[in-house]
Write a protein that binds this ligand. Structure first.
Ligand code: NCD
Ligand code: ZN
Length: 365
C-alpha cells in the first residue's frame, strides 16, 4: 500500500499569513495522468487535495479506448480518493485509427467520457497506439464535430527528423490546421501548449479552439533541463522551450483571456524510470501545482486572475458549471513546505521543483 514520504505536508511551514484570505471556486485540472495500481493510489490523493475535478488522460497500457474501459478506470480512481473528499474524475478516450464513431457517440450520450484524446503515434509516453495517418480518423472527427465533444490534442509531430523544439509549431501547420479546415465545427483543446506560435494560433482561432497550460511550462524554460547537468525531472513532452515562449505562455495564462486554462499534465513516473539512461517524459506536479501557480500569478501581479485560469475558463469551454466548493489561498511570511517525493510501491515519484520558493498555501473548504 502506498504511503506518503516523510516530508513536511503542504502548508506545514510558511508561518503566519501575510495577505488576507483569497477564496476562489475550487480549481479543475483539465489534463492529468493517474496511471494505475500502486501509482494511481499514490497520486490521486495529491490531485484531489486542491482540485475538485480532473480530466484524466487515457494513455494506460493498454489504452483506455472504450466506454467500458473508461467506466472501469473511473471506478479504480474513485477507490483511491481519500474518504470525505469530493472529487470527480472526468474521462477521456484514446483515439486510434480503429476507433468507431458510434462508440464515441455512445460514450458521450452515456456521459462516460468528456473528451477524446489524439496522440500522434510515437510523440510521447504510451502513444504507440495513437494515430499515424490522420485521414483515417476523419469519421471520428466528423462525429465529434456533430455532437460537440472536444478533441484534446497532443500537439507535436512524432517525426524524428523534425527538431524536437520545432515539433509543436510544425504540428500546427502540417496537422492541426488542415484538420480544423476540414472540420470547422470541431472543438479542439491544444494540450499543454508550449510555444508562442501555439498561443498565437489559439488566440486567433475563434471559439472552437482553446488550450491548456501547465504550471511547469510557466515556471521553467529549456535551460532547466540542463542546469549543471542533465535534469530528467524537468523533462517532459512537449519539452520546455526558450524563454520568450515561456513569456508568451505567462501572458496567455495571466492575461484574463477565456481560451487558456489550467491543465497540469502532472505525469508521474517512478524514480527508477526517470533517473535512467533513457529517462521517461513527464513531470509530476500534482502535489505543488496550485501553490506554485499562485506564486507565479502573484509574481506577475495577476493573483486576481488566478480564478479565471484555474477554475472558470476550462469549465466554460467544457460546458459545465464551475465547482461549487471553494479553495482558500493565503500567502505566508516564509516558504511553505511540500514533499520532494511521494512513495509508490517500493519506489517513489519526485515532485516538481520549480526552482523558486513558494509562499502560497491552499486548502479546500
Ligand atoms: C505524459 C505521460 O507521461 O503520460 N508525458 C509527458 O511528458 N507529458 C504524456 C503526455 O501528456 O505527453
Ligand atoms: Zn499529458
Amino acid at each position: 500500500m502506498a504511503r506518503r514520504a516523510e516530508s513536511p505536508a503542504i502548508g506545514a511551514a510558511g508561518g503566519p499569513p501575510v495577505s488576507p484570505l483569497a477564496e476562489i471556486a475550487c480549481p479543475d485540472d483539465w489534463h492529468v495522468h493517474f496511471r494505475d495500481g500502486d501509482l494511481l493510489r499514490s497520486v490521486v490523493p495529491e490531485t484531489a487535495r486542491h482540485f475538485a475535478r480532473a480530466l484524466v488522460m487515457p494513455n494506460l497500457v493498454p489504452p483506455v479506448a472504450s466506454a467500458a474501459d473508461a467506466s472501469a478506470y473511473r471506478r479504480r480512481i474513485l477507490e483511491a480518493v481519500p474518504g470525505g473528499v469530493e472529487f470527480e474524475p472526468l474521462m477521456t478516450l484514446y483515439l486510434t485509427e480503429e476507433t468507431d464513431p458510434s462508440d464515441i457517440e455512445a460514450a458521450a450520450v452515456g456521459e462516460t467520457a468528456t473528451a477524446v484524446k489524439l496522440y500522434p503515434a510515437g510523440a510521447t509516453t504510451n502513444s504507440g497506439g495513437g494515430v499515424r495517418n490522420f485521414d483515417l480518423i476523419d469519421p471520428v472527427l466528423e462525429k465529434l464535430a456533430e455532437i460537440g465533444m472536444p478533441l484534446c490534442v497532443h500537439g507535436e509531430v512524432a517525426d524524428e527528423s523534425v527538431d524536437i523544439f520545432d515539433r509543436e509549431a510544425v504540428f500546427l501547420d502540417k496537422v492541426l490546421d488542415p484538420i480544423r479546415r476540414k472540420h470547422p465545427e470541431l472543438r479542439v483543446v491544444l494540450e499543454h501548449v508550449t510555444t508562442k506560435e501555439g498561443v498565437d494560433y489559439v488566440s486567433s482561432g475563434g471559439t472552437g479552439i482553446a488550450a491548456t497550460i501547465t504550471v511547469h511550462h510557466l515556471a521553467i524554460n529549456r535551460n532547466a533541463m540542463f542546469s549543471g547537468g542533465m535534469r530528467p525531472h524537468n523533462f517532459c513532452r512537449p519539452v520546455a522551450k526558450r524563454e520568450h515562449h515561456r513569456e508568451a505562455l505567462l501572458s496567455a495564462a495571466t492575461g484574463g483571456g477565456e481560451k487558456f486554462f489550467f491543465g497540469t499534465d502532472s505525469a508521474p513516473h517512478l524514480k527508477q524510470h526517470k533517473e535512467a539512461a533513457v529517462a521517461c517524459a513527464g513531470i509530476f506536479t500534482a502535489t505543488c501545482a496550485v501553490p506554485c501557480l499562485a506564486q507565479i500569478f502573484d509574481d506577475s501581479g495577476a493573483i486576481d486572475r488566478l480564478e479565471s485560469f484555474a477554475s472558470l475558463n476550462g469549465a466554460r469551454f467544457y460546458r459545465v458549471q464551475p465547482n461549487a466548493g471553494k479553495l482558500i489561498l493565503e500567502k505566508c511570511e516564509s516558504p511553505v513546505g511540500y514533499p520532494d517525493r511521494i512513495l509508490a510501491g517500493n519506489d517513489s515519484v519526485a515532485v516538481f521543483d520549480p526552482g523558486f520558493a513558494i509562499r502560497w498555501r491552499a486548502r479546500r473548504i
